[in-house]
Design a protein around this ligand. Structure first.
Ligand SMILES: O=C1NC(=O)NC(C(=O)O)N1
Length: 309
């Protein structure tokens, strides 16, 4: 059998598969289910804000034919709940996702983690597209640079960032140049494709209540965008910065493409929500079949080796 374990920031994950933050990770029960499921590498928490949040009014999630649209608004049990969970012993590693609603939140949360017993990985969500009235930090390069400079003036534990998709090659250059300045363990790319819109033509209404129907897109339809972001950052980032590929994964073929683009781990959101944690055994089996057909015995045989035409 093929060994799918991987190491990031000297943390050994028994599998390359994770949940996308936000899916199946809001409660202890869901996070335990992720850890106890077959073929998972561990669990990424829902992005934690300083206080508990109800999030946006419902309906705030809607399943589309080839994906999803959401404007959840960061509903979560609050930072203490998730810090308590990740600080406890678990059978597999955890990644603590945190999201500030303003710069001072981000700094405050990371000071608290730095001062805590937690020694695992943390992921700073720079791309929450759905907090009404707040721009995405990751689309403000100066803001991102200033934030990371402030954080790394005191933070010494493993830290990665969750990024939104970029759509301009110069933006990849600019963002990678900023990220390469800091001792990040990883990036997680992509978050949802911000501010899509869908309409129910029977009612002639948008399908989610918040933000006049504008919401982040996920699922199969964003796979090409996700692959481009994984490849673009792999080409530009220091090799020491690992990549969690997120976006559009529904099959072993999609996992294979993320890995060809250079992903070290792969996370699943929309498809996990619809299929449940059994999806990770299916993705593992499908990936193993593809590798066997191609004569690959290790992911290292093909990781990052996508070829130009
Ligand atoms: O970072 C996020 N990405 C999303 O697509 N939705 C959630 C949210 O709205 O809470 N946050």
């Amino acid at each position: 059998a093929i060994d799918f374990k991987t190491t990031m920031a000297s943390v050994e994950f028994p599998s390359i598969f994770l949940n996308a933050s936000g899916v199946n990770c809001m409660t202890v029960a869901e996070m335990d289910e992720m850890i106890n499921a077959a073929c998972t590498g561990g669990v990424v928490t829902k992005s934690a804000t300083p206080q508990q949040r109800e999030g946006n009014p419902q309906p705030r999630y809607y399943q589309l034919e080839h994906g999803s649209i959401n404007s959840m608004g960061l509903p979560n049990a609050g930072f203490p709940y998730y810090l308590d969970y990740v600080t406890r012993e678990h059978a597999k590693p955890t990644i603590l996702s945190v999201a500030g609603l303003q710069m001072s939140d981000n700094i405050e949360l990371l000071h608290k983690i730095q001062a805590s017993e937690y020694t695992g990985l943390t992921e700073l969500n720079l791309s929450c597209p759905n907090v009404i009235g707040k721009p995405q930090v990751a689309y403000d390069f100066e803001e991102t640079d200033a934030l990371l400079a402030e954080i790394f003036s005191f933070y010494t534990k493993p830290l990665g960032v969750k990024l939104p998709p970029y759509f301009d090659l110069v933006h990849f250059d600019q963002m990678a140049a900023i990220l390469n300045k800091y001792p990040l363990t990883h990036i997680n790319t992509v978050n949802s494709v911000g501010n899509g819109l869908w309409i129910d033509i029977d009612t002639e209404k948008v399908v989610i209540k918040p933000k006049q129907g504008f919401g982040g897109l996920g699922g199969a339809m964003i796979l090409p965008t996700a692959l481009a972001n994984v490849r673009a950052f792999r080409q530009r980032l220091n090799p020491s910065i690992k990549i969690i590929g997120t976006g559009g994964v529904t099959s072993g073929k999609d996992v294979f493409m993320h890995l060809l683009c250079g992903a070290d781990m792969v996370s699943v959101g929309t498809a996990l929500l619809h299929e449940g944690v059994g999806i990770f055994q299916r993705l593992t089996d499908e990936l193993a079949t593809i590798m066997a057909e191609k004569g690959y015995t290790s992911i290292e045989d093909f990781r990052g080796k996508v070829q130009d035409f």
